[in-house]
Ligand binder design. Structure first.
Ligand code: PLP
Length: 408
């Protein structure tokens, strides 16, 4: 058998809905050497990471840490640890990831109630309150920005509503954290989970999560120490969390001062997560939100000038991904293939009801940059013209230039 050459990926500009091109500083941090997981330096570094993500999440929650795995590991860890079989949960669905939350809750054995709205729209506060009154759930589980539809559910006020109706509020902010305003404590969010490969500018594989004291209490009541390492007096719950790897009670202990053994820390991902948060906080949260907003608006102006009709409720648009209708007579997959092969630029297709109808173009993390936006618009215009779509020469780039107010 022949041995393949060493890994040598083609140069790409990832302008889809995620993953995006990682910040080179994050990749460099990830090339640092390993240290034993109970080394005092490692303990300090884990504590440092908790402190950094408290700032990213804008929270005082002690339990702010990393779940090893992609964003979905964080989502599943949160839901499977909060929900016992038979617990009522309310999941408002406005895109693909709402369906994912509902599925994970069902597999956890919860009594799942959903409300749905058309993809591209969000729920009114009245609709959410009516459902809360109707269902009386233990947990309301909702996506913030659903990349499948490019819109974000407004969250302000929702925490208060949940508190009034006795529910815990869980939010999947994978696609929005770092690039859109997100305030965990101020908005009364009990649990939030995220990932690195969207606005945080890193690779997928680590899920920063945060849990309020209220949520921690619910989870701690289900604590069971693993057989074989269980000592005299250690708890054995009558209703244990139905996962070992994603058991948040054990993961809290692992990240606590006691450092109770659970999994082997994914040290390289810890370095990457640390660098993502460090870079973001060095820029400033408000500055990063504004940068995502600026480049998102430039991409929207550029695609609109190319004659591409925007998708979804623009008032609720995520800052970091633009959805556009694929023009009549244009083959969406062929255009994406030409963008990739001829220009090395990846843009996104869509799922479910939007498949074949909408492209999704991201401007996030490391790629929320003027040059990335202008290159993508220039390439898109060239490819669209060859695909038979008529657009005024230079219209996309000019519209973005105008928005940036760039003079030569
Ligand atoms: C991208 C995205 C995810 C991704 O989950 P992974 O496990 O990292 O693939 C989850 N939720 C939302 C809302 C997303 O946009």
């Amino acid at each position: 058998m022949s041995i393949p050459a060493s890994i040598n990926p083609p140069p790409r500009l990832l302008m889809g809905p995620g993953p995006i091109t990682a910040d080179p500083r994050v990749l460099r941090a990830m090339s640092a050497q390993l240290v034993g997981q109970y080394d005092p330096w490692m303990t300090d570094t884990m504590n440092e990471v908790m402190g950094l993500y408290r700032q990213v999440y804008i929270t005082d929650n002690q339990q702010t840490l990393l779940v090893d795995g992609t964003s979905r590991a964080g989502i599943e860890a949160a839901l499977v640890s909060l929900l016992e079989p038979g617990d009522r949960v309310l999941v408002p669905i406005f895109g693909r990831f709402g369906h994912l939350l509902a599925e994970i809750c069902r597999r956890a054995g919860a009594d799942v109630h959903t409300i749905e709205t058309e993809w591209g729209q969000v729920f009114t506060e009245e609709a959410l309150e009516a459902a809360l009154v109707d269902v009386q759930p233990k947990v309301l589980a909702v996506v913030h920005g659903d990349t499948s539809t490019t819109v974000a559910q407004p969250l302000e006020g929702l925490g208060e509503l949940c508190e009034r109706h006795g529910a815990l509020l869980y939010v999947d902010c994978t696609a929005t954290l770092g690039g859109n305003e997100f305030r965990t404590d101020e908005w009364g969010i009990d649990v939030a989970t995220s990932g690195l490969q969207k606005c945080l500018g890193g690779p997928s594989g680590s899920a920063p999560v945060t849990f309020s004291p209220r949520a921690v209490e619910v989870i701690e009541s289900r604590k069971s120490i693993e057989e074989g390492i269980r000592a005299e007096g250690d708890p054995v719950s009558a209703h244990p969390i139905r996962s070992n790897y994603l058991d948040m009670a054990q993961i809290f202990d692992y990240w606590s001062e006691r450092r109770l053994n659970h999994h082997t820390e994914a040290t390289t991902m810890l370095y990457g997560s640390r660098e993502c948060a460090r870079i973001l906080l060095q820029e400033g949260l408000a500055q990063s939100w504004a940068r995502h907003d600026l480049h998102g608006r430039a991409m929207l102006a550029g695609t609109t000038a190319l004659g591409l009709e925007p998708f979804g409720a623009l008032a609720y648009r995520m800052t970091n991904v633009v959805g556009v209708h694929i023009p009549d007579g244009v083959n969406g997959d062929e255009v994406r293939a030409a963008m990739l092969e001829d220009f090395g630029i990846e843009i996104g297709t869509s799922f479910g009801p939007l498949h074949g109808k909408v492209w999704r173009i991201g401007t996030m993390g490391y790629n929320a940059r003027t040059d990335a936006v202008l290159q993508t618009l220039a390439a898109l215009e060239a490819v669209l013209r060859r695909a038979g779509h008529r657009a005024a020469a230079g219209a996309g780039v000019d519209a973005a230039y105008d928005l940036y107010g760039t003079a030569v």
